[in-house]
Design a protein around this ligand. Structure first.
Ligand code: 2AM
Ligand code: CA
Ligand code: CA
Ligand code: CA
Length: 281
C-alpha cells in the first residue's frame, strides 16, 4: 500500500513531469516574454508565461487526476484577502494541488537567473509531495512525506551551522510596502549584525529549497502565500530542518509569515525577529 500511488499513477511522477515540462517551456520564453502586467501593485508582476505555465500544469494534472482540486497563483484574484479566501475554499478538498507556475517572476522578467516552478500536493491539508524545479540550473528538488528529500537523486540534508554567526540567511522584500516592508526592514537590520551574511534573491520557493539542500542556514519572509511555500516546506521537513511562522507557531497552509531553518539556529532566528518586531512598537 503506497500512499503516493493511486490507481497505478504516481503523484510524485506527475508533479515532476509537470515541473519539468513547465520549466522547459519557461526557458524558451526567458528574455522574450510578450506581455507584462501589473497585478496588485507595481511590485507585483505577471506575464503570459506565468499564466501559460499554470495552464500547462493544471491541464496535465487534470488528465491524470480529474477529481483532484487545484490552487494556483494565477487562478486567484490578486491580493492577500483573495488568496486567503481561495485557500479557505479549497481547504476541504481531499487532494489539493498547490502550484506556483513561476516563483520569482520579477527575476524572470529582468533575466536574473533565480526562479522556479513550485508544485505541492496536500492530502486533507497535509503536504505529502513537494517539487521545486529550477530550470536555469536544471535542478530538481523532490520530497515525499516520510520518505526524505532529494536533489539530483541525492538525499538532501540541512546545513550544520550551529549559530546565526555562522549562518547564511535569506529573506524577501514584501510586495506590500506600507506595513510589511518596514517590519521586514527592521528584521533585516537586526539580523544583518548577527549573521555571517544575508541574501535576498527573489524566489521564496527556491530559498526554501536551498535551506533544505544546506546551501542556506535559514530563511524568513513576510506576506507569502501557500503556493510560495507548500513544496519548499516539505523539502525542509524531509531534510531535517524546521519551518514555523515568524512567531514560532507550527506551520500550516494558511501561514503567511514564515521562518525556516536547519533547526539548530531556529530559536536564535525567532528571537532576532521578535526583537525587530518589538523595535517597531
Ligand atoms: P512570485 O514571483 O511568484 O510573485 C519574493 O520576495 C517572493 O515574494 C517571491 O516568492 C514572489 O513570488 C513573492 N511575491 C511577489 N509579489 C507578491 C505579492 N504581491 N504578494 C505576496 N508575495 C509576492
Ligand atoms: Ca506573483
Ligand atoms: Ca510566488
Ligand atoms: Ca508566481
Amino acid at each position: 500500500n503506497n500512499a503516493f500511488v493511486v490507481g497505478g499513477k504516481s503523484f510524485t511522477a506527475v508533479a515532476i513531469n509537470c515541473a519539468a515540462k513547465a520549466g522547459e517551456w519557461i526557458m524558451t520564453k526567458l528574455g522574450n516574454y510578450a506581455s507584462l502586467e501589473i497585478k496588485y501593485s507595481e511590485h507585483d508582476l505577471v506575464t503570459e508565461v506565468d499564466k501559460g505555465s499554470e495552464r500547462l500544469i493544471r491541464k496535465l494534472i487534470a488528465t491524470h487526476f480529474p477529481h483532484h482540486s487545484f490552487l494556483g497563483e494565477e487562478g486567484c484574484e490578486p491580493g492577500p484577502e483573495a488568496s486567503a479566501k481561495a485557500l479557505e475554499e479549497a481547504s476541504d478538498s481531499e487532494y489539493l494541488w498547490i502550484v506556483d507556475p513561476i516563483d520569482g517572476t520579477t527575476n524572470f522578467v529582468h533575466g536574473f537567473p533565480f526562479f522556479c516552478v513550485s508544485i505541492a500536493l496536500a492530502y486533507r491539508g497535509e503536504i505529502i509531495v513537494g517539487v521545486v524545479y529550477d530550470p536555469v540550473r536544471d535542478e530538481l528538488f523532490v520530497a515525499e512525506k516520510g520518505k526524505g528529500a532529494y536533489v539530483h537523486g541525492r538525499r538532501m540534508q540541512v546545513s550544520e551551522d550551529r549559530t546565526l554567526k555562522e549562518g547564511l540567511i535569506a529573506t524577501g522584500l514584501p510586495a506590500e510596502r506600507e506595513h510589511a516592508l518596514p517590519v521586514n526592514l527592521r528584521g533585516i537590520a537586526e539580523l544583518a549584525s548577527q549573521v555571517r551574511n544575508l541574501r535576498v534573491a527573489g524566489s521564496a520557493a527556491l530559498h526554501l529549497a536551498y535551506v533544505a539542500a544546506g546551501r542556506l542556514s535559514g530563511f524568513w519572509e513576510i506576506g507569502l502565500n501557500s503556493w510560495d511555500m507548500a513544496a519548499g516546506v516539505l523539502l525542509i521537513q524531509e531534510s531535517g530542518g524546521i519551518v514555523t511562522d515568524t512567531k514560532g507557531d507550527t506551520y500550516s497552509l494558511g501561514v503567511r509569515n514564515v521562518a525556516a531553518s536547519n533547526g539548530y539556529l531556529h530559536d536564535e532566528l525567532l528571537a532576532a525577529l521578535k526583537k525587530a518586531e518589538a523595535a517597531g512598537s
